[in-house]
Design a protein. Structure first.
Length: 461
C-alpha cells in the first residue's frame, strides 16, 4: 500500500457490471491535466460544473493544454469512445482533498476500462483498494473512524446498519471521543505544569478535583461502552438458531421469517437433517437465521450428525429460538444457551398449554410472526427506535476499554498520598489513555494498521 499522495490515481468507482452510468474517478496533482488531455473539449474545466463532452482514446497532438481554445477541439469522432459528463473538484474541496475529476460515462465495462487505460497512458496509476479514502484520511478530510464508516456504509445490508455507519461518518463518535480527549488534554497540561514547577509549592491540580474530573471521564467512556454491544451486533450482524423437538414447526417458522420456502416442511419427524441458513433482515438487524434438526434420540446415523450440528449451532448462536408445539403436551427443555426466546407455535390449533413468557405464533398462518420479530430485537437489546449513536467497531471498543483502564489507574494514583511522585504516575496513565483515543481517530496510527483497514475496501472507494 502506498502512503504517498504525490502521484495521480484512477479507478472505476461504480460496481462491476453494466449500468446506465459508470464513473471513473481520477485524483491527484495531475488529475485536471490528464482529464483535459482525455476529452475533446478544449480549455480548463470549471470547478464543480458538469461538462458534457467526448472522451478520446489517442493522445491529441495539441495536448489540449496548448492549442487554440475553441469550444471543441479537432474533430476526433473516429477515436472518441463515449460521450461523458466530466466534473472537476479542485483541491481541497473534493472527497480526497486533492484535485479530483469524475468522468461519468455509459456504464459499460468495456468503455470504463478503456477510459481507465487512457488515463494510465497519460500518467495516472491504478488505485489500490480504499486508496481514495486513504488519501481523504491522509489529507485530513476525515479521521480514521469516519474513513472506516465509509466502508461500513457501502457494505451495509440493512437500513439500521446504514444509519449506524452514517452516524459515524457524520462525526457523532468523532465528537464523543474528541470531547473526552479535550478534557484529558487540559488535565495533562495542568499536571505537567505542576510537575515542571515543583519548587513553586503550588499545585495546579487539586487531588480531589482531579479524581472528580477523572470520574466524569470514566463515566463518559462507560456510556460509550454500554452501547457498544448493541452497536457491534448492528454492524457485524448476528446468528439466530431455531431449535426444538421434531415436528414442532421449526422449518415452517424459518420459512416464515425468511419469507421463502427455503427449508423443507413435512409432517415426517426428522426431515431437517443438516443446518439450513439464510440471511434475513429482522427489524433492521442483519441476521443469519439457522434452521436445525429436531433434538431427539435416534439411531439414524444421518440424523445423529444433524442433531450434533444443531447443538453446535446452539453454542454459536447469539440468540436461540426454542420452538414448541402448544397443541401438544409440553416436553421438558434442555437448551444450553443463556439467550433463549421461547416460541409457542401452532397457535391456530386448540392449545394444550400456555406460557406467558413464550411468544405465540402460527408459522403456517403467519399470526404473531411480526410480534416475534420485535421480541427478537428486544431480547438482543437492539431497539431500532433508540436514537443514540453506538460504537460498532471492535477496534474502537478495545481502544476505549484501554483508555478507560488507564483512567481508572490514574484515578487510583491521584488519590494516593505522595505529591509530585504520584502526579507523575497520574500523568503517565493519562498519556496512555490519550494515546488509545488518538489511535481510534487515527491521529497516532501505525502504517500496518492503515494497511489493514484500507485493504478491506474495494478498488475505486
Ligand atoms: N397447524 C399448524 N401446523 C403447523 C404449524 N407449523 C408447522 N406445522 C406443521 O407441522 C409439521 C412439521 O412442520 P416442520 O416445519 O417440518 O417442523 P420441524 O420438524 O420442527 O422443522 C408440518 O406438517 C407443518 O405443516 C402451525 O403453525 N400450525
Ligand atoms: Mg425441520
Amino acid at each position: 500500500m502506498s502512503f504517498s499522495t504525490t502521484d495521480t490515481i484512477v479507478a472505476v468507482a461504480t460496481p462491476p457490471g453494466r449500468g446506465g452510468i459508470g464513473i471513473v474517478r481520477v485524483s491527484g496533482p495531475d488529475a485536471h491535466g490528464i482529464a483535459r488531455g482525455l476529452i475533446t473539449r478544449a480549455g480548463p474545466l470549471h470547478p464543480r460544473h458538469a461538462t458534457f463532452t467526448k472522451v478520446r482514446l489517442k493522445p491529441s497532438f495539441d495536448g489540449a493544454q496548448g492549442g487554440p481554445e475553441s469550444l471543441e477541439g479537432p474533430d476526433t469522432s473516429e477515436d472518441s469512445i463515449d460521450q461523458v459528463v466530466v466534473t472537476l473538484f479542485p483541491a481541497p474541496h473534493s472527497y480526497t482533498g486533492e484535485d479530483t475529476v469524475e468522468l461519468s460515462a455509459h456504464g459499460s465495462p468495456v468503455i470504463l476500462r478503456a477510459i481507465v487505460m487512457a488515463t494510465i497512458a497519460r500518467g495516472a496509476r491504478l488505485a489500490e483498494p480504499g486508496e481514495f479514502t486513504l488519501r481523504a484520511f491522509l489529507n485530513g478530510r476525515m479521521d480514521l473512524m469516519q474513513a472506516e464508516a465509509v466502508n461500513d456504509l457501502i457494505e451495509a445490508a440493512t437500513p439500521l446498519q446504514a444509519r449506524a455507519a452514517f452516524d459515524q461518518l457524520d462525526g457523532t463518535l468523532t465528537r464523543a471521543i474528541g470531547g473526552i480527549d479535550a478534557t484529558l488534554f487540559d488535565l495533562i497540561a495542568r499536571l505537567e505544569a505542576s510537575v515542571d514547577f515543583p519548587d513553586e509549592g503550588y499545585h495546579f491540580v487539586d487531588p480531589s478535583a482531579l479524581a472528580i474530573a477523572l470520574d466524569g471521564l470514566i463515566e463518559r467512556t462507560s456510556a460509550l461502552l454500554n452501547d457498544a454491544q448493541r452497536g457491534r451486533l448492528i454492524r457485524e450482524g448476528l446468528r439466530i438458531a431455531i431449535v426444538g423437538e421434531p415436528n414442532v414447526g421449526k422449518s415452517s417458522l424459518f420459512n416464515a421469517l425468511a419469507g421463502t420456502a427455503r427449508a423443507i416442511v413435512t409432517d415426517v419427524p426428522g426431515t431437517t437433517r443438516d443446518l439450513v441458513s439464510e440471511i434475513v433482515d429482522i427489524e433492521g438487524l442483519r441476521v443469519t437465521l439457522v434452521d436445525t434438526a429436531g433434538l431427539r434420540e435416534t439411531a439414524d446415523p444421518v440424523e445423529i450428525e444433524g442433531v450434533s450440528r444443531a447443538r453446535q449451532a446452539i453454542a454459536a448462536a447469539d440468540l436461540v429460538l426454542q420452538v414448541e408445539d402448544r397443541s401438544r403436551p409440553r416436553a421438558p427443555q434442555s437448551v444450553n444457551n443463556s439467550r433463549v426466546l421461547y416460541v409457542s407455535n401452532k397457535s391456530d390449533l386448540p392449545r394444550v398449554w400456555d406460557d406467558p413468557a413464550a411468544v405465540p405464533v402460527s408459522a403456517t398462518t403467519g399470526a404473531g410472526v411480526d410480534d416475534l420479530r420485535r421480541r427478537i430485537a428486544c431480547a438482543l437489546d437492539v431497539d431500532p427506535l433508540r436514537d443514540r449513536p453506538a460504537m460498532t467497531n471492535v477496534r474502537h471498543i478495545v481502544l476505549v476499554e484501554r483508555a478507560q483502564q488507564a483512567l481508572a489507574r490514574a484515578r487510583a494514583a491521584a488519590l494516593t498520598e505522595g505529591g509530585a511522585l504520584s502526579e507523575e504516575f497520574v500523568l503517565a496513565d493519562l498519556t496512555d489513555a490519550r494515546s488509545a483515543l488518538e489511535e481510534i481517530t487515527g491521529r497516532r496510527t501505525p502504517e500496518d494498521l492503515l494497511e489493514h483497514i484500507f485493504s478491506r475496501f474495494c478498488i475505486g472507494k
